[in-house]
Design a binder for this molecule. Structure first.
Ligand SMILES: *Cc1c(COP(=O)(O)O)cnc(C)c1O
Ligand SMILES: [Zn+2]
Length: 433
């Protein structure tokens, strides 16, 4: 049977809806795994047409062995591509760089991987209302899965600080959207303190089942690499759910004897929202919350709930925490976008972070790196368009691709194209390749 275990004091208890231990630590799920092998998971790839089609539930034995099939709410999610893009690798300064594109999930971010598990557990526990605080993608995902499951969804979002694509999803999928006059951390406090009184099941990543689902990013990426771990995995870091999930996934695979090398996790924060970076570079390794400010709204978090789990990940994988500026994020995003892959601003922190760690010679040029792209390009088209128009305050849009206006005559268009070259040669020139 799976149980909850406190990561701080070790207290164990049966699974329930209380995620914070009396000692103040968070609970995580602890499984008693049955017999599993890599062949078993490879075999699942042949089972077309069942819920094993999901890039999450394919690994059910490692995520939620006990939940009954009838409760599972699946789109299906996962099965995202692992891209190799030479231009991005050259930009970051490494020979082998892969992009695991979690923006290819059904609602456009990795949040779907945790949400399918969270909403399935909510159903199995008889919940009727589910809620989350969100910088955007969690609410988009929760709204979609709640709609599918026939549950009422309530999302609490920071006022005026959420990308339009995400707000549109939450509204369209029919969740009740509550704008809190405050930032993400204020919204999170309401969810944490109000769930009992307001009667909803919490679907933030404080809910350990979300973390279980997000482990599948690692399982699927490794399976795509024929179970060959890379040297590094770089991930954007906000509330630190993913950083936590990645460490747990790798620890469990190692315990089960399914991998024999531990990749190192590089957790990348924005300079203006860097409490985990500060923690990692402090002596006492305690979190000091801050007022967050970054263009990358998905990681604009000053009081990350999963810091203790994430710290364990960095320690156990011999990992590192790095920070990057908004300008470095937007530059990296422009390169990822122009490679034809594309992502939302926060996602690009992973590539920007690898470039920085390469420059500091923490990462060697011959080490293999997988960067997680957490969200889809279309999520925050506002920021992308403003970047290319040169309208983002404080950002030097070095790789902007401005639209040009011409008279509707072939002569003027011909002159223009001869002057600037074809779009792809402009792009190559910008990249200095
Ligand atoms: C949620 C989110 C993040 C932050 O992930 P954490 O697990 O909270 O650290 C990063 N990028 C995108 C696109 C997200 O939606
Ligand atoms: Zn405890």
């Amino acid at each position: 049977m799976s149980i909850f275990k406190c990561i701080r004091c070790g207290l164990e208890k049966p699974v329930d809806d209380e995620y914070v231990c009396p000692c103040g630590g968070l609970f995580e799920v602890q499984h008693s795994f049955g017999d599993v092998s890599l062949d078993y998971f490879d075999g699942k790839l042949r089972e077309i047409g069942s819920s094993w089609n999901s890039g999450v539930w394919r690994y059910k034995e490692l995520i939620h062995p006990e939940i009954e099939q009838k409760y599972i709410v699946s789109r299906p999610e996962g099965n995202t591509n692992l891209y190799k893009r030479q231009r991005v690798a050259e930009y970051a300064g490494v020979d082998q760089l892969y992009l695991k594109h979690e923006g290819e999930n059904p609602s456009g971010s990795f949040k779907d991987r945790g949400m399918t598990v969270g909403v399935s557990v909510a159903l199995s526990r008889g919940a009727t209302k589910v809620a989350c605080a969100s910088t955007g993608n969690t609410s988009a995902s929760m709204a979609a899965y709640a709609a599918q499951a026939g549950l009422q969804g309530v999302v609490f979002i920071p006022e005026g600080m959420i990308a339009y694509g995400k707000l549109a999803q939450a509204l369209a999928y029919g969740a009740k959207v509550v704008q809190v006059r405050g930032n993400f951390d204020d919204a999170m406090d309401i969810v944490k303190n109000g769930s009992k009184r307001l009667g909803f099941y919490i679907l933030n990543s404080i809910n350990p089942w979300r973390i279980e689902g997000q482990k599948s990013i690692i399982f699927e990426m490794l399976q795509q690499r024929r179970w060959n771990p890379p040297d590094w995995i770089a991930v954007p870091a906000g509330n630190l759910g993913n950083t936590s999930a990645f460490g747990k996934a790798l620890r469990e695979l190692e315990q089960l004897g399914l991998i024999d090398k531990m990749p190192r996790i590089a957790s990348i924060q924005a300079e203006g929202a860097n409490p985990f970076y500060q923690l990692w570079n402090s002596v006492d390794k305690k979190l000091v919350s801050m007022h967050p400010d970054t263009i990358a709204t998905a990681i604009k978090i000053g009081n990350p709930v999963s810091w203790e789990k994430a710290l364990r990940t960095i320690r156990e994988t011999d990992g590192i925490v790095e920070q990057v500026s908004d300008n470095e994020i937007m530059d990296a995003k422009a390169v990822i976008d122009a490679s034809g892959v594309g992502c939302e601003p926060a996602s690009a922190a992973s590539v920007a972070g690898v470039k920085k760690l390469r420059e500091k010679e923490v990462i060697a040029s011959d080490e293999s790196v997988v960067c997680i792209l957490t969200g889809n390009l279309m999520k925050d088209s506002d920021t992308t368009v403003k970047y290319h128009l040169g309208e983002l305050q404080g950002i030097d849009a070095r790789r902007s691709n401005k639209p040009v206006q011409v008279e509707p005559s072939l002569d003027s268009i011909e002159t223009l194209l001869q002057a600037t070259g074809t779009p792809s040669s402009v792009m190559v020139k910008n990249l200095g390749v």
